[in-house]
Design a protein around this ligand. Structure first.
Ligand SMILES: [Cu+2]
Length: 224
């Protein structure tokens, strides 16, 4: 018994040491995205693609949901890994008919209340614009990422790509109003030596054109 304990102690020590060591094997990129006027850009998507092409380094959950609340799709931008299965639960007391004509995913849900029976599978990378046939002003975006390493900027224009296995990445930015190609935003960032790298992007954005909500939509008049 005594021998067992003696043998166990070094083993436990090793396990303990492995914890912080394993943590040190990952890195992060702290990104800041600004527009031409230097203002922070909210809802910008950052995608880090390992230069060795190994996108199987991390598993991301492949289920998601995009709600309809108060005749909007919150949040405005949702990032999912390629292959994600997304439901569109309707929390409103009116029916919606979500659709997309985007090349990365064309679909049209039947007019529905509650949660449609079938989720939509986003099986190709790219950006998908969501609309609703009943409410013209409803617009949302799904960014389908080929890499599991992605993040979205907050109101301060900042996002952190975390838990990155140590290697070099090509990092790019996408935004619904981006007036340049995603390729033009690419930066190669190697987190092999510095485990936390700050990087900033200045992107050209188009003016956002939004369809005005129907006057009755805010006042509970005619139920659309
Ligand atoms: Cu709708």
């Amino acid at each position: 018994m005594r021998i067992c304990k003696r043998l166990l102690a070094p083993v436990l020590g090793l396990v303990f040491a492995a914890g912080p060591a394993a943590h040190a094997q990952t890195a992060e990129i702290a990104a800041t995205v600004s527009d031409q006027q230097g203002r922070p850009v909210v809802d910008a998507v950052l995608v880090a693609v390992p230069v060795d092409g190994n996108t199987r380094l991390r598993e991301r959950p492949r289920d998601g949901s995009i709600d309809q609340v108060d005749k909007e799709f919150p949040p405005r931008v949702t990032i999912v890994p390629v292959g994600a299965s997304v439901t569109f639960p309707n929390h409103d007391d009116v029916r919606h008919q979500a659709y997309s004509f985007s090349p990365a995913k064309r679909f049209e849900l039947p007019l529905y209340a509650g949660v449609p029976a079938q989720p939509i599978v986003f099986d190709k990378p790219g950006d998908v614009v969501l609309g609703c046939n009943i409410h013209d002003w409803m617009v949302g975006y799904v960014y389908v990422s080929e890499s599991p390493f992605f993040a979205k900027t907050g109101k301060d224009g900042k996002a952190i790509l975390t838990e990155l296995p140590v290697r070099a990445y090509v990092v790019r930015v996408w935004h619904p109003q981006l007036e340049m190609s995603e390729e033009e935003t690419q930066k190669t960032i190697d987190v092999s030596r510095d485990r936390r790298i700050e990087a900033s992007w200045t992107v050209k954005l188009k003016r956002e054109v939004r369809v005005r909500r129907a006057p009755t939509a805010d006042r509970g008049g005619t139920k659309y």
